[in-house]
Design a protein around this ligand. Structure first.
Ligand code: OAD
Length: 234
């Protein structure tokens, strides 16, 4: 594929999934070595699990925080962050909770599935901290268990976050999807909004999946190799 001149596009959206962080060393969810082949999400990633054993769930998320902190953003994350500095309207819509885009320097990031770096009190709102361990497991004000501010199985996506993501995708004229299996809805349906807007749709994923036919072009390569070469330098 020829390199893309980003100046030809008004609004660019990068839509990312776990494959975006794979070369940083963060495991994906599905496939060989995927998180859900090692851990049952029913025990660690749903409201029932948290209600039944909050300590176990919080410990699991601390393990994930430690694992992510040991990883670094790669050249693909950097390429997106650099483009944002050169082009006024670049947006990342990510399903990832690892904060890698922000660590690479991206500022316009919509986190569809929440963040490993935030906790939520049912009464006193959201708090954030960075570190392998959470600062505390219970709310300092009311004593409730704090739950990771992450969209777990069975949860509904935050309406405001979802609307912002859909609006960004609906207005984009270049849509680049990277490293997602396209099986977890509603996020998996979002590329259709770009298609409906007649955006140029590009997929970066070493493997094809059920959503692949939607794309105008598919790069069967990794995020870390394909992204730094995708755009012309200007
Ligand atoms: P998956 O683990 O389902 O899919 C990862 C995708 O990345 C696969 O299609 C791989 O082929 C691709 N991939 C692997 N290595 C890659 C690389 N180096 N470069 C590019 N692509 C690569 O992850 P998601 O689609 O993100 O939800 O999963 C969606 C949601 O399911 C996650 O956000 C999470 C999970 O349950 C929540 O936690 C709510």
């Amino acid at each position: 594929m020829k390199t893309i001149d980003p100046r030809q596009y008004e609004h660019i959206v990068f839509f990312t999934g776990a494959g975006m962080s794979a070369e940083s060393g963060v495991p994906t969810y599905r496939g060989r070595g995927g998180l859900w082949s090692q851990y049952r999400w029913e025990e660690y990633a749903c409201e029932d699990a948290f209600a039944g054993d909050p300590k176990k769930v919080l410990k699991f998320h601390e393990l994930r925080r430690a694992a992510v902190l040991a990883c670094q953003p790669h050249a693909g994350h950097a390429a997106i962050a650099t483009l944002e500095k050169q082009h006024p309207r670049v947006m990342v819509v990510t399903q990832n909770i690892d904060g890698m885009h922000q660590r690479a320097g991206s500022g316009n990031v919509i986190e569809l599935h929440g963040s490993l770096w935030r906790l939520r009190c049912p009464d006193d709102g959201i708090s954030g901290d960075i570190g392998a361990k959470y600062k505390g497991w219970k709310c300092e004000k009311c004593g409730s268990w704090l739950r990771p501010d992450i969209v777990w199985f069975g949860d509904i996506l935050d309406q405001g976050v979802m609307s912002a993501a859909i609006a960004a995708i609906r207005r984009c004229d270049l849509f680049v999807s990277i490293g997602t299996s396209g099986v977890v809805y509603p996020a998996a349906g979002f590329p259709r909004f770009a298609k409906e807007n007649h955006a140029r749709c590009i997929e970066i994923n070493p493997e094809a999946n059920e959503m692949s036919s939607l794309y105008d072009e598919s790069l069967r390569d990794t995020a870390g190799r394909a992204l730094p070469e995708l755009f012309v330098q200007f």
